[in-house]
Write a protein that binds this ligand. Structure first.
Ligand code: SF4
Length: 363
C-alpha cells in the first residue's frame, strides 16, 4: 500500500514538472482561427528570473520540461537566451528539456546553433503545403510555409528535433491526408492534429459533411500508422484519450502542465489561454511575483490535485466550453480516435489491423 502511494506521488511529481512559459503576446501573423490574446506585452526579466530561481529549487534533481509559448516566442529570442543562461547559472542544465512552440516565420533569422547547443526542440505550427497555409492567412500577408521549408535542412544538419502541429479546420480538412503525407515527406516524425473547436465564428463550425470528411481522412492516416515502423512517433492522439477521461471533448486541458503567463500569473494547464478574464480568475492558482519559496509551488500543486473536481467544474460551467463539449458528432469522433490510440499504446497492432479490416473501428 505504501509502495503504491509512493508510486502515485512519483507519477504526480513527474507529471507536474512540465512548465509552459507564455513569453509574449506579440505575433506578426493574423491567422483567422487565432484565439490568442494579442498585444505588445512580454514577460519581464524579473518574472523570468523569479520563475527559474523557484524552479531550480522545485523537486530538485528531477527533470523539468520547459515549453516557450506565445504569441510568437521567437519574437522574444533574447528572453529565451536569458532563460537558458539563468538556468545554467542556477541549476544543473542537464535536467532541463527546452522546446519552443513557433509559427516558423523567424526560423531563418535566429541563432539556430544556440538551439542546437542547448538541445532546444521545436514544435512548428504548419498546416500542410503552401496553398493550405494560405487558406487562413490574408492575401498579401506573410505565409510562413517557405520560411519553414528553407529552415528544415539546417535543423536537420544541426540535429535540432522538430515536430509539426497541424490546425485542422472545416476548410482544410479535405486535404488532411495529402498534407499529412507532405509533412511526413518533409521529415516530420511527430505530427499532432489540432482540430479547431472553440471558435465562435460560423466559419469554423463543423457541419456533418465536414466531419464525415474528417473521419475519412483520419482513416487514411491511420493506415500510414500501421505501415510505418516509426508509427509511435507519427502523430499524437493522446489529446483525445485524455479528453475522454474528463468528458471535455476537443478541449485540450493539458492539465499535467503548469503555465506561467506573461504577467506572472500561474495556471494549471493551458486552457486559460482560450478563456475570458473572469473565467481565468477562477483557474489561477498563484502569482510567481508573490511566491517566496518553491515549497509554495508544491503546496499549490497539492491544492490543485485535491480540488481537481472543483477545477474541472469551473471549466464545465463555462457556456462556451459546454456548447462544444456536448456536440454528439465530436464525441463520437473522439471515442474512435481514443480507441485507436489505446490500441497503439498497448502495441496490439495485429488486433488494430483486424479491427480496421472488420470495421470495428469505424471512421
Ligand atoms: S501564429 Fe499563432 S499566435 Fe500568431 S496569429 Fe497565428 S495562431 Fe495566433
Amino acid at each position: 500500500m505504501i509502495k503504491q502511494k509512493e508510486e502515485f506521488k512519483e507519477i504526480q511529481e513527474e507529471e507536474f514538472k512540465k512548465i509552459t512559459l507564455v513569453l509574449t503576446n506579440k505575433c506578426m501573423l493574423s491567422c483567422d482561427y487565432c484565439e490568442a490574446q494579442k498585444n505588445n506585452f512580454s514577460m519581464s526579466e524579473n518574472v523570468l528570473e523569479k520563475t527559474f530561481s523557484l524552479l531550480a529549487d522545485f523537486y530538485k534533481e528531477k527533470p523539468i520540461d520547459i515549453m516557450f509559448f506565445g504569441g510568437e516566442p521567437l519574437m522574444e529570442f533574447p528572453l529565451i537566451r536569458k532563460a537558458i543562461s539563468i538556468c545554467r547559472k542556477l541549476d544543473n542544465i542537464r535536467r532541463y528539456n527546452f522546446s519552443i512552440f513557433t509559427n516558423g516565420v523567424l526560423l531563418n533569422k535566429i541563432d539556430l546553433k544556440f538551439l542546437s547547443r542547448n538541445n532546444v526542440e521545436l514544435i512548428i505550427s504548419i498546416d500542410g503545403n503552401r496553398e493550405t497555409m494560405a487558406i487562413h492567412r490574408k492575401r498579401g500577408a506573410i505565409n510562413p510555409y517557405n520560411n519553414i521549408i528553407n529552415a528544415l535542412p539546417k535543423l536537420k544538419l544541426l540535429g535540432i528535433k522538430f515536430e509539426a502541429e497541424v490546425t485542422v479546420t472545416p476548410h482544410t480538412v479535405n486535404k488532411l491526408y495529402d498534407n499529412y503525407l507532405h509533412l511526413v515527406d518533409l521529415g516530420f516524425e511527430s505530427i499532432t492534429l489540432a482540430p479547431v473547436c472553440c471558435i465562435k465564428s460560423d466559419r469554423f463550425q463543423w457541419s456533418k459533411s465536414a466531419l464525415r470528411i474528417f473521419k475519412k481522412e483520419l482513416n487514411k492516416i491511420s493506415k500510414i500508422y500501421l505501415k510505418n515502423t516509426k508509427y509511435r512517433r507519427l502523430g499524437n492522439l493522446l489529446i483525445y484519450r485524455n479528453q475522454l477521461k474528463t468528458g471535455l471533448n476537443f478541449i485540450e486541458l493539458n492539465d499535467w502542465r503548469m503555465s506561467v503567463n506573461v504577467d506572472g500569473n500561474i495556471y494549471i494547464g493551458d486552457s486559460f489561454l482560450v478563456l475570458d478574464e473572469s473565467q481565468r480568475k477562477k483557474l489561477k492558482i498563484g502569482d510567481i511575483r508573490k511566491i517566496k519559496s518553491s515549497k509554495i509551488l508544491e503546496k499549490l500543486y497539492k491544492k490543485y490535485i485535491e480540488n481537481k473536481k472543483n477545477f474541472l467544474s469551473h471549466i464545465r460551467k463555462n457556456p462556451f466550453v459546454t456548447k462544444y463539449s456536448n456536440q454528439a458528432t465530436l464525441k463520437i469522433l473522439n471515442e474512435q480516435m481514443a480507441q485507436l490510440d489505446k490500441l497503439i499504446k498497448q502495441n496490439r497492432i495485429r488486433e488494430l489491423r483486424r479491427s480496421i479490416q472488420t470495421r470495428k473501428i469505424k471512421f
